[in-house]
Write a protein of this length. Structure first.
Length: 112
């Protein structure tokens, strides 16, 4: 049994079929703090109520840097460190995908 099989057995999310380009960019709905300077353009940066810099979000809840046509990051080479470290199929990704699918696709039993 490989890691993907283990994840799929312990979590209802089917990660064997998911890639960053086919995942609905669920991670792009998460709050992203900007903790290092990677060159994120200023118009994609907001300041939260505690004074921390975060990635801006549009009214639809998605990251402002997300290309809505391709569902890919429009500033990929300059994306924040947190986005760089967020890896497809790792625990945080699996959890985010499962929570999102349970909320938005209840008939799929947590599988995207």
């Amino acid at each position: 049994m490989n890691l993907t099989d283990t994840i799929n057995k312990t979590d209802n999310t089917d990660n064997s079929k998911a890639t960053c380009s086919s995942c609905e960019a669920i991670c792009c709905r998460m709050k992203v703090m900007i903790i290092t300077d990677t060159g994120v353009p200023d118009h994609y940066i907001d300041t939260d109520k505690w004074g921390s810099e975060t990635m801006a979000r549009l009214d639809d809840g998605w990251c402002a840097a997300l290309n809505r046509n391709t569902m890919m990051c429009s500033i990929y080479e300059k994306r924040p460190l947190i986005c760089r470290e967020f890896a497809m199929g790792e625990d945080e990704c699996v959890s985010a995908r499962s929570n999102y699918s349970e909320k938005h696709y209840p008939d799929t039993e947590g599988k995207l």
